[in-house]
Design a protein. Structure first.
Length: 169
């Protein structure tokens, strides 16, 4: 199994990075994670802003996400992660909005493939003090800007899907 962490280079394409780690992708099962795509709708214009947070290690832009929690449903885990990582609370949908995959680099340096179920969370409140405050940077951006900042193509597509859904309705 590959022990080399995947380095994100804007110049190197996703397929080339994944090809270097095909042993990981096709040997092991995908691990599951659950994420919250946190958003707010501007009351006057109806435009949507989404919340991005940085990962603690690589400081790349992501959405709040985490591993399964025994006794909790996936959408509940996504809501818990949003509160712990960003201090946000709100109405979370029970049905996944979509999925994305990525290679998670574990503490031991091993890369494992992850399938992330994404749940929409309409933010109703934000707490200034939360579990991971100071460990992450939070920023509200447009869906288009969020799609530009994240690395995972499928996650980019979810931001665009949310934008299109908002514009259609």
């Amino acid at each position: 199994m590959s022990q080399t962490p995947i380095k994100a280079s804007r110049k190197e394409g996703l397929l080339r990075r994944l090809a270097r780690h095909s042993d990981v992708l096709f040997k092991d099962r995908f691990r599951e994670q659950y994420a919250a795509l946190c958003y707010q709708r501007h009351p006057d214009s109806g435009t949507i802003a989404v919340l991005l947070v940085t990962s603690r290690e690589s400081l790349r832009w992501i959405v709040p996400k985490g591993w399964p929690i025994q006794g909790k449903k996936p959408h509940q885990v996504a809501a818990i992660e949003a509160e712990e990582e960003a201090g946000v609370r709100g109405k979370i949908r029970k049905k996944p909005f979509g999925y994305f995959t990525y290679l998670k680099v574990l503490d031991n340096g091993q890369s494992v493939p992850c399938m992330v179920q994404v749940y929409l969370l309409e933010v109703e409140s934000m707490d200034e003090t939360f579990r991971e405050k100071g460990q992450r940077v939070l920023e509200w951006v447009t869906c288009v800007e969020a799609a530009r900042r994240v690395r995972e193509p499928e996650l980019r597509g979810l931001f665009i899907k949310l934008e299109q859904t908002n514009n259609a309705g």
